[in-house]
Structure formats: C-alpha cells, structure tokens
Design a protein around this ligand. Structure first.
Ligand SMILES: Cc1ncc(COP(=O)(O)O)c(C=O)c1O
Length: 423
C-alpha cells in the first residue's frame, strides 16, 4: 500500500484526531526505522517513550513468538503464570507492595484516582465527610479519559469537554507557597508527574516534592506520582522519584513497560491497597499473559541498561548545553537521563527545527509549543547523539539565519521611502 492510498483511506475512515507526519513506516531495527521508500530514520522519540529497547529487540521478539504460540489472553477471571512474577519484580524495584495491571497510561491514572477516593472513604471512620479534593499541577498531563482530563492542568485538553470530575484544584508548578496555601484537611491526594512530559520536560523541584510528601503524610492524604513517561529507567534510575529520596503512596507506569505492547500499572502500598475489594475495579484485557511475559523480559533487559542511560544521558545533556552556549534562541536545557528538552525562544523556531530534522531523517518532537523533546531508546550510543547534535546545530543556524533575513527585510520594508517621500 502506498502512503497516498493510506492517507486517502484514513481521511475517509478514521476520526480526525491526529495530524500525522506524511511518512509510512514499514519496519524498525535497533535505533532506526525505515519508511515505504526505503529511507532510514534515526529514532529519538521511540514512539513517545515506548520503544525503550529500540525496535525488533531480539529478546522481546523471542518472548513474543514463544508466548503468542502458547497463550495470549485469558481475562482476569482466571490465573496465568506471569502477573505475579511481573508484580514481584515491579514491587522490588519500586519499594511498593501491590500492583494492578491495565492497558494504558490514562487507565492507570484513572485507577490511581479511584484508589485515592476509596482509601479516603475507608479511613473515614469518624462520620465526617471523607477527604475528596485532589490537588494537581498547572501544565500537567495525565491522559485523555475524564478523570485524567480533570487532573490535567492545560486548558487546550480540558476545555472542549467540560464539565469534568469535580473537586480538583491546580497548584502553580513548583510553587511551594501555593501548595501550602491550597492544601487542607479535605485533600485526599496530591498528584503530579515527577517530570512533566507534555508540559515541556519540567522536573518537579526537590523542595516542592518534599513539601507534597510532608503535607500528605501529616494529614493522611496520598502522594500519587505519574511516572508514565519518566519512569521505568528513562532517567537512569528505575523511577524518577528515586532521584529525590522520597517514597510515594501510588505510582503509575505504562509506556515502555511491555516494550511496545499496551500495558500499564498502578503500584501502591499494602495500606492503600487494603481499601480495594473484588469487583471495585477491573479490566478485560489488562495484564494478559502476552503483555506480562514481554514486560518481564523488558525488566530483565532494563537491569543491564540503567548505567548506560545515565552515562549516555549525561553526554547528551552536555552536548545540548554546548548548543545552548552557541545558539541564542535556546532558552533552557531540561530533563534527566534520556528524557531531555530544549526550550527555544518561539514556537515557530521549534516547529522549523523539528521539520529540518525530519528532512534529515531524524525523529524528535515538539511539546508545549516551544520545547524540543528527546525520548530516544535506551540503547543509543554517543555516535547517535553526535549525529542528532550536529543536525540540531545546523538546523538552529539555518533557522536563525532565515529568521534574521525575514526580520531584516521587514525593517528595510518598513523604512523604504514611499513614492511621495522619495520625491
Ligand atoms: C505523564 C503521562 N501520563 C499519562 C499519559 C497517558 O498515557 P496513555 O496515552 O497511554 O493513555 C501520558 C501520555 O503521554 C503521559 O505522558
């Protein structure tokens, strides 16, 4: 099938929710993807943080083949051999006790919000109204379903769908005073991304996270961390919160967990988990044998890659800092490990750079209008970083010179004498 015929069919048949780049990908291997014309692309986006082991990883392929030939799905009415094994591994690396498996990030987040509400209700034994308010952060992103939208602090995602879940308040990002001001005994959870992804690759500050932990601990509320994008090795540790020396009550994960198959999870403590009972929450597909078997394999591979993510991530960051010193249109370098962002002076500049890189067969994306986001597979090497940095260097130079040219022409045009003045 050609790209043109796929576009033609999709335009007629799909909900118009995506504005796709006009590329038809046909295969991938390692850090590369190939399109229908045989062009090779360097993948520094990994399907928005999903393909952490790159494409067609041999261990993942082998597990997929073996398990697909044995058992793909049984539903959660029965046991299979992989959920407990995967849960054991996740509990060990997170320091949490109990896991619920689902299919996506937004589902994990919905479940976490339900858990916060039911925990508050079961702890409320004194006849008062249970805690029910939720504090989320400005600029956050937690997914597209209603609970996730209700806690997402960006008008462009929320506004078309109001009214949303009531009881959610938004705190200014990293503003400790605002957090203290908005927190009260009615709050059942403070929830946030340890590093905001769609909000522009913004790590929460240690002071803010520590205050969120302190407030929730002292009032019996929960601290819920969304590590759907920043968790599972992306920052060079198993979880981003492990850089901060705090332990949350609930963590949500998804994206890379099953190396490209849909799988999400809620991780929590025994204390919080004890408020859930059979029938209160569930899923048909979540935690099936195929996805769980692959996720176990992913975690085995991840063990071998954490040091590498820290090293190559440090190298990449240093290169981005070098670019910042050279190009005045770069405002800031942000992120940790292999979740990095470059904030540029304007949305137009960021858009232009992404498209120049795409023309050079390098995949990155733009988030929060002005931020170039890099979420490469954990297996990248310094030579791949060098290639991307060189491409960024020349893209930033050419975009800046075009903008200067346009600006000069505008000034010349503005000062050009009119025919009357020149007489
Ligand atoms: C931090 C965060 N939370 C939640 C989600 C939603 O995940 P999904 O698209 O799998 O529903 C995303 C997706 O980008 C995310 O980055």
């Amino acid at each position: 099938m050609s790209l043109a015929s796929v576009i033609h069919s999709e335009e007629k048949l799909l909900l118009p929710t995506y504005d796709r780049h006009k590329i038809l990908f046909e295969k991938g291997r390692g850090v590369y993807l190939w399109d229908s014309h045989g062009n090779r692309y360097l993948d520094f986006l990994s399907g928005i943080g999903v393909n952490a082991l790159g494409h067609a990883h041999p261990a993942i392929q082998a597990t997929l083949k073996r398990q697909a030939g044995r058992l793909i799905h049984v539903s959660n009415l029965f046991f299979h051999e992989y959920q407990a094994e995967l849960a054991k591994r996740l509990a060990k690396i997170s320091g949490l006790d109990r896991i619920f498996f689902c299919n996506s990030g937004t589902e994990a987040w919905e479940g976490a919000l339900k858990l916060a509400r039911i925990y508050a209700r079961t702890r409320n034994t004194n006849g008062h109204k249970p805690k029910w308010r939720i504090l989320a952060l400005d600029n956050s992103f937690h997914g597209r379903t209603f609970g996730s939208l209700a806690t997402t602090g960006q008008a462009k995602y929320r506004d078309p769908f109001v009214p949303l879940l009531p009881g959610v308040g938004f705190v200014r990002f990293n503003d400790v005073d605002d957090l203290k001001h908005q927190f009260d005994a009615g709050v059942c959870a403070i929830c946030l991304e340890t590093i905001q992804g769609e909000g522009g690759v913004c790590p929460v500050s240690p002071e803010f996270l520590q205050m969120a932990r302190k407030l929730t601990e002292s009032s019996g509320a929960l601290l819920i961390l969304d590590e759907i994008q920043c968790g599972l090795g992306r920052t060079g540790r198993y979880f981003a919160y492990q850089h901060y020396g705090i332990q949350p009550d609930i963590v949500t994960i998804a994206k890379p967990l099953a190396a490209g198959l849909p799988l999400g999870a809620i991780l929590t403590t025994n204390r919080v988990a004890s408020s859930m009972h059979p029938g209160m929450h569930g899923t048909t597909f979540g935690g099936g044998p195929l996805a769980c078997a692959v996720a176990i394999e992913f975690l085995r591979e991840l063990n071998k890659l954490l040091d590498h993510v820290r090293e190559v991530g440090g190298y990449f960051r240093a290169q981005l800092e070098w670019l910042k010193a050279k190009h005045s249109c770069i405002r800031e370098v942000r992120g940790m490990g292999l979740m990095l962002g470059l904030e540029l002076e304007s949305a137009d500049t960021a858009k232009a750079v992404v498209s120049v890189l795409l023309k050079n067969n390098i995949l990155i994306n733009r988030t929060h209008e002005t931020v170039l986001r890099f979420l490469p597979p954990y297996i990248i090497q310094e030579r791949h970083v060098n290639k991307v940095v060189q491409a960024l260097d020349s893209a930033l130079t050419s975009v800046a010179s075009k903008r200067r040219h346009v600006a000069t022409r505008a000034v010349v045009h503005a000062h050009k004498p009119t025919s009357k003045e020149s007489q």
